[in-house]
Design a binder for this molecule. Structure first.
Ligand code: NDP
Length: 390
């Protein structure tokens, strides 16, 4: 049997997709790429496919199906399209799947890969926030190895003693604080999409960059950590650490605090997940603590950054509340990026939606999709909320 790992990348044209492809390009003898997917960026997907020669590529947006097919004519690569096409690509046999589609759109493809028992490297936190127990039940049922890629959860995974989990007092998720860490609410009111996506430390896709600016990203990560490490809300702390060098920490009963450190480059956690259980080389800038001089810490401010409070409220409520939070946030961020609402409206739309969509328990993917659709409808219809709150 070949020792080469068969790899699928869901969301290969994005920021996480790029970093994953970069690591695979540097280790050409270790991996066979089986499937790649994107939303609409067929040109980049075609270029990746010509180089990596997967069996199948999928575009979620069917509009460019014909262009992609023409670009890959004669290569032997199968080209499929539409959300079902992305699931078809996710179903193609492989050993390891990078789940890096942005948003709840990644849920069905990721669950398709879970259902065939592939190892899942999970970057797509929204699918875990949205489907929580439904997702984790599927992971358990199909005996799937789930490797966290989000840098904070990857850090915790590296220092979490699973054999002595009862000795763990709490975990501490670090947060950069985003581009508006030192801004007043008044200044944030006028924040533009360009300012919001300009993250001080990390280079990421637009949606997660806005989530970092509102600190909803940290809220989503608290919920993600709850599901990944089976810890309650009050044992998941958030600590602002503007340098993004300590990626997160675990505190044990004897007072020891174990941390994972590194420069802010997603290729470190991706390499960890790609090589797991062995370590791979990653071409990242090495950490130079003497040059950095100092690392600083602050409490998060839930008054200026209400998204964090809303995420904790959703986790406390349980059931469909995180699904509603996530769907409303996706809509609000898209509306902000389109210039339709202001920066402070993002959290206001999420709260408005959480107050209006009825809570229920979730037992199936269909339940999740129904709540997600209703929350999107309410969030899309919300008007002028942060102005009304003044
Ligand atoms: P990007 O926006 O850079 O990339 C998203 C990817 O998903 C692209 O390949 C995009 O295709 C594809 N996509 C978008 N919409 C759909 C859809 N409806 N159906 C199928 N595919 C779709 O995002 P990131 O790489 O930054 O983030 C990906 C995920 O990883 C997110 O969940 C994010 O929270 C998480 N994450 C990201 C980190 C980062 O450093 N970037 C860090 C930690 C977690 P196309 O290019 O064609 O639009």
């Amino acid at each position: 049997m070949s020792s080469r790992k068969r790899v699928t990348i869901l969301g290969s044209t994005g920021s996480i997709g790029d970093s994953t492809v970069d690591l695979i390009d540097r280790n050409p003898d270790a991996y066979d790429v089986v499937a790649l997917t994107a939303n609409g960026n067929w040109q980049k997907l075609a270029a990746q496919a010509k180089r990596l020669k997967p069996a199948v590529v999928a575009l979620a947006d069917p509009a460019a199906h014909a262009d992609l097919k023409a670009a890959l004519a004669g290569t032997g690569v199968r080209v499929v399209a539409g959300p079902e096409g992305v699931c078809e690509a996710a179903a193609e046999a492989s050993d390891w799947v990078m789940a890096a589609i942005v948003g709840a759109a990644g849920l069905k493809p990721t669950l398709t890969a879970v259902a065939r028992g592939a190892t899942i490297a999970l970057a797509n936190k929204e699918c875990l926030v949205s489907a929580g127990t439904v997702f984790m039940d599927a992971v358990t049922r199909h005996k799937v190895t789930l490797l966290p890629v989000d840098s904070e959860h990857n850090a915790i995974f590296q220092v979490f003693d699973f054999a002595q989990r009862e000795k763990i007092r709490k975990i501490i998720l670090t947060a950069s604080g985003g581009p508006f860490r030192a801004w007043s609410a008044g200044e944030m009111r006028g924040a533009t999409p360009k300012q919001a996506v300009a993250h001080p430390n990390w280079s990421m896709g637009a949606k997660i960059s806005v989530d970092s600016a509102t600190m909803m990203n940290k809220g989503l990560e608290v919920i993600e950590a709850h599901y990944l490490f089976s810890l309650p809300n009050d044992r998941i702390d958030v600590l602002v650490h503007p340098q993004s060098v300590i990626h997160s920490m675990v505190e044990y009963c004897d007072g020891s605090v174990l941390a994972q450190l590194g420069s802010p480059d997603m290729r470190t956690p991706i390499a960890y997940a790609l090589g797991w259980p062995k370590r791979l080389d990653a071409p990242t800038t090495r950490l130079n603590l003497a040059a950095l001089g100092s690392l600083t810490f602050e409490q998060p401010d839930e008054i200026r950054f209400p998204a964090l409070r809303l995420a904790r409220r959703a986790l406390q409520s349980g059931g469909s509340a995180p699904t509603i939070l996530n769907a409303a946030n996706e809509v609000a961020v898209a509306r902000f990026l389109a210039g339709d609402v202001g920066f402070l409206d993002i959290a206001a739309i999420v709260e408005h939606t959480m107050d209006r969509v009825a809570h229920q328990s979730l037992t199936s993917l269909e339940d999740v999709m129904a709540v997600d659709a209703e929350a999107r409808r309410v969030a899309q219809a919300a008007r002028n909320l942060s102005a009304a709150a003044e």
